[in-house]
Design a protein around this ligand. Structure first.
Ligand code: GDD
Ligand code: MG
Length: 441
């Protein structure tokens, strides 16, 4: 793969944010003029990584696919496009079948999508892919979370199951990766509602390239965040407009760019033509397992913007919360893909809730750092005013929504989590297929 090399890295204490880089070539010949070793080199200012060097990283990676009611063929396409060396972990919150009257008036079974998902995963496993599947509402998952000390993830109305939400599914995914694949060094996330399967292959390669740009996980943690080249929109008359930024990202990135100015890290402001933060809401992202273990994670769709908040407050800002400080540098790598992203179209209400949750995670996460007259206080006041004017205020509280924040996965007793879930493999919703220790036929 060939990418532009990042010209700028902004430093905020232990948090280092690199300027967006762009994928220029999905594949390169490693013979062309280069310096350095043959797997990684710089040519005419671009950085290149051989296919085998990216494969090495991919073979140490788990890819979590959060899913909820996507059509089976769509999820099939996503799994099929994930590079074979990766472990695939499907965390589904799809509606389960209920017994109901069928057309003839007799009691019948609705087709269960999750059962179909498991059967599909079994087929992938039969050809050597490692695929784990779990349903978010599996009581065994809830029991494992409770017994391992993560009861915050349990539904407050029904403690026998995990809460709804994309972020919640992802926390469960991280815990599963940690418990069942402790030797893996990286974890990535790709949405299941992707209508262009081949883009998923590119996303995973891009994750690997982002890690290849960083130092080894022993020296620094890395989070790779993808910026889709565009989001195609079908307009009246059938024309397709390739919109550079989604409706939610446009809002959240603008506020993050006000926060992540060079002066926050102590540097002199410099005029830049392009926005610096382009991946505030990157649904497609990956990180070193060490980072996934120590990050606090936000509920639902606030999970991605809140990464920036947790990293900033624990890596740079003084006082405030009593969380453990970052013990080594964390590099944020932003990568622009070649592929546009085709996915399920959302209505305005969904988008409004998503940006409000993202801004809420920033607003409430930074509130302990709002010193009188300081830049963060001004930013938060302006953000709140924006939310008031754009219908982003939670009516119950009169504030921006305050997303639930989960403690880091490293606070869990992972051995206990594994023991409880292991005993349920193949019995409830939890299945493991492929060439792992936990093989089912
Ligand atoms: N396991 C699980 N549980 N998955 C869920 C849940 C849930 O409760 N809710 C949603 N998902 C899955 C969906 O099935 C889909 O694969 C993925 O999460 C993204 O959900 P969408 O509803 O399609 O989100 P979106 O397209 O509006 O937003 C996406 O892009 C944003 C950036 O533009 C998400 O990835 C956002 O997190 C991201 O910020
Ligand atoms: Mg989507």
């Amino acid at each position: 793969m060939r990418l532009t090399s990042p010209a700028t890295m902004r430093r905020y204490g232990q948090l280092h944010v690199a300027e967006e880089v762009q994928i220029l070539d999905l594949d390169v010949q490693t013979r062309c003029g280069h310096r350095g070793n043959s797997s990684t080199y710089v040519a005419k200012g671009d950085v290149c990584f051989s296919r085998s060097s990216l494969d090495d990283i991919l073979s140490a990676m788990v890819i979590v696919v959060p899913c909820k009611d996507e059509e089976l063929h769509v999820i099939w396409g996503v799994i099929a496009a994930i590079p074979a060396p990766c472990v695939v972990l499907l965390v589904s919150n799809c509606r389960r079948a209920t017994t109901r009257d069928n057309k003839e008036g007799k009691e019948g079974e609705e087709e269960d999508q999750y059962t179909q998902l498991v059967e599909m995963s079994r087929t992938f496993g039969a050809f050597g892919r490692q695929v784990l599947t779990i349903h978010q509402k599996d009581p065994a998952a809830a029991a494992a979370l409770r017994e391992s000390g993560m009861s915050q993830l349990l539904d407050s109305a029904d403690k026998r199951v995990t809460r709804n939400g994309k972020g919640e599914g992802m926390v469960l995914g991280i815990a599963l990766a940690e418990a069942f694949y402790p030797q893996k060094r990286y974890i990535g996330f790709v949405d299941a509602d992707n209508f262009n399967p081949c883009s998923v292959g590119e996303y995973c390669q891009a994750f690997a390239a982002g890690f290849a740009m960083s130092r080894r996980p022993e020296y620094e943690d890395t989070i790779v965040r993808l910026k889709w080249s565009s989001k195609p929109k079908v307009r009246t008359g059938g024309t397709i407009e390739f919109v550079p930024e989604g409706r939610c990202s446009r809002i959240v990135n603008a506020w993050l760019n006000r926060l992540f100015v060079p002066s926050l890290g102590g540097a002199q402001p410099r005029e830049t033509a392009r926005p610096f933060i382009t991946t505030g809401n990157a649904g497609e992202h990956a990180m070193t397992m060490a980072l996934a273990r120590k990050l606090r994670l936000a509920a639902g769709y606030a999970i991605e913007p809140f990464h920036f908040v947790d990293l900033l407050v624990r890596g740079c800002l003084d006082g405030g919360i009593s969380m453990q400080r970052l013990d080594k540098p964390v590099v944020v790598r932003q990568v622009r893909t070649l592929s546009p992203h085709y996915h399920r179209e959302s209505d305005d209400e969904h988008i409004r809730k998503m940006w409000a949750a993202g801004l809420g995670s920033i607003y409430h996460g930074l509130s302990p750092y709002c010193a009188e007259g300081g830049p963060i206080l001004k930013l938060c006041e302006d953000m709140r005013a924006y939310a008031v004017n754009h219908n982003g205020i939670d009516k119950a509280t009169g504030e921006l929504p305050c997303p639930r924040i989960y403690p880091p996965v490293q606070t869990m007793n992972i051995r206990r989590f594994r023991d409880v879930l292991e005993s349920s493999i193949g019995k409830g919703s939890f299945h493991a297929f492929g060439l792992s220790d936990d093989v089912e036929d």
